[in-house]
Design a protein around this ligand. Structure first.
Ligand SMILES: *Cc1c(COP(=O)(O)O)cnc(C)c1O
Length: 459
């Protein structure tokens, strides 16, 4: 074996020395077949366009359909009265979990001054950084999964009468009933917040298995809700493993499996209805000549995958979705690029899982989400931690909007894509594109941490 690139040699030596997971021969074959892997392994920022993407008319066999989305949307509706009664923050929206869609022209001007190519189309921010109660995009998937589980139990045990208002989910009877069941989840932080808060609010016993990178304030906040927090010394994968094992040992235990959940995925997907309505209200025309480009921060791929699935159902080929991952946690990118989906984790390729974008610090992708995203998404790009903080600072400076590091990732999207031949190949006029950056979290970050993040980005 001859290696011309010193970085690859050292990666190989690392593998031979440790002889873990993947054989050197296998790794060599992957890097030969997928040259981009060289750069990914060296944790360089990369841009990948998806050769497997299919037009919606050529897609027949997805495990979910628009009917599942409609059902999910109806389930959300039924729970609105319960949500409104339970969380004062949801009074104003009458129990709906929604976030604003905001034009960020000053940020666009700033990006155009700093970088090329020039962004001509509109730049909008989908502000899930402001999602009430859980403070991140996880409110969509996580809340939905807990609500569906609660509904399943109530129906199965004939507690819920037909046509009865779901306000009863807040009653003492229901709380007492749910207290015999246990919900568990593994998390780097945000999923734990959403599952923990919603489960505890319904009366479940709930345990969140936090990875070592989870922030202290999130643990404290959860304990305040009566959630049991178990601190796992390992990474996200290790926390998930412990959570899965311990929760499933309880016959009345239910594990929310971020690496494989169809229900989380559907919860995220319903965001598409909300976005469609907002685009209509704001007079944004969307068709194949006037497409939407959407940039989504990606961890296991459930949130961005679900949102992409939802948008594709509503807008078809007029929407183009791009994921963004940290250079030190490119798990979905590796799975899609090598067509191995969830077979490997990033550590198998010698990439240490190390990023301050904690919502994205996941080594292994969701099997369920990746199997769908492989045909729907247009591409993936990666950014290093420095870029996350820089973008976080610039957004705060130009628009007075605070997002957490993970959530700033999409802001680099328009220029990343405009600098490829993607638009040319699809005959898209750059002036007609509406760019939507999905800001995924930030509301609950304590003031002190906010200041520290902004300060770091300014440097
Ligand atoms: C979880 C999370 C994401 C990504 O969601 P996945 O389902 O893990 O891909 C993005 N941003 C933030 C802030 C998150 O917490």
């Amino acid at each position: 074996m001859i290696f011309t690139h010193s970085g690859i040699v050292s990666t190989f030596q690392f593998f031979i020395a440790k002889s873990i997971f993947m054989e050197a021969k296998t790794l060599h074959e992957y890097t030969l077949n997928y040259p981009l892997l060289h750069e990914i392994i060296q944790t360089k920022p990369v841009m990948w366009l998806n050769p497997m993407q299919k037009s919606m008319k050529d897609l027949s066999t997805l495990p979910l359909s628009v009917l599942d989305m409609e059902e999910a949307s109806k389930r959300w509706k039924k729970f609105e009265s319960f949500l409104q009664n339970t969380f004062p923050e949801l009074q104003e929206t009458h129990g709906r979990i929604t976030s604003p869609l905001k034009r960020i022209s000053t940020m666009k001007r700033h990006l155009n001054e700093e970088n090329t190519p020039f962004i001509e189309g509109d730049l909008l921010l989908k502000c899930d950084n402001l999602l009430a109660v859980a403070g991140s995009v996880k409110a969509r998937g996580g809340f939905y999964e807990v609500l569906q589980y609660a509904e399943d139990l109530a129906l199965k045990h004939e507690l819920l009468k037909k046509e009865e208002s779901y306000e009863v989910f807040g009653s003492e009877t229901f709380r007492n009933f749910f207290s015999q069941f246990e919900i568990g989840v593994g998390s780097t932080g945000n999923l734990g917040l959403s599952i923990g808060i919603m489960s505890a609010s319904l009366g479940f016993r709930v345990t969140v298995y936090m990875s070592a990178d989870a922030r202290e304030w999130k643990k404290k906040l959860l304990r305040g809700y009566g959630v049991t927090v178990v601190e796992n010394p390992g990474d996200f994968g290790a926390a998930v493993e412990e959570g899965r094992r311990k929760t499933q040992a309880n016959p009345k235990g239910y594990f929310v499996d971020d690496e494989n959940s169809k229900t989380l995925f559907l919860g995220y997907a319903t965001a598409a209805y909300e976005l469609r309505q907002q685009l209509e209200e704001q007079g944004v025309l969307v068709d194949e000549q006037n497409p939407l480009f959407v940039y989504l921060p990606c961890g296991v791929g459930g949130a961005p995958g679900g949102i992409t699935f939802g948008l594709k159902q509503l807008f078809g080929d007029a929407v183009h979705c791009f994921f963004v991952e940290p250079t030190h946690a490119p798990s979905v990118l590796i799975g899609l690029l090598t067509e191995t989906l969830d077979r490997y984790c990033t550590q198998d390729f010698g990439i240490p899982l190390h990023t301050e974008a904690d919502g994205l610090a996941t080594g292994r992708p969701s099997a369920f989400a990746s199997a769908i995203s492989q045909y729907l998404i247009s591409g993936v790009y990666t950014l290093n931690d420095e870029s996350f903080f820089k973008l976080l600072y610039e957004l705060n400076h130009s628009e007075s909007i605070f997002v957490e590091p993970s959530a700033a990732a999409g802001l680099m999207g328009p220029q990343k894509i405009l600098s490829t031949d993607y638009l040319l190949k699809q005959s898209i006029d750059p002036a007609n594109v509406t760019h939507i950056v999905w800001a995924t979290g930030g509301l609950l970050v304590p003031e002190e941490d906010k200041k520290a993040f902004i300060g770091k980005g300014e440097k």
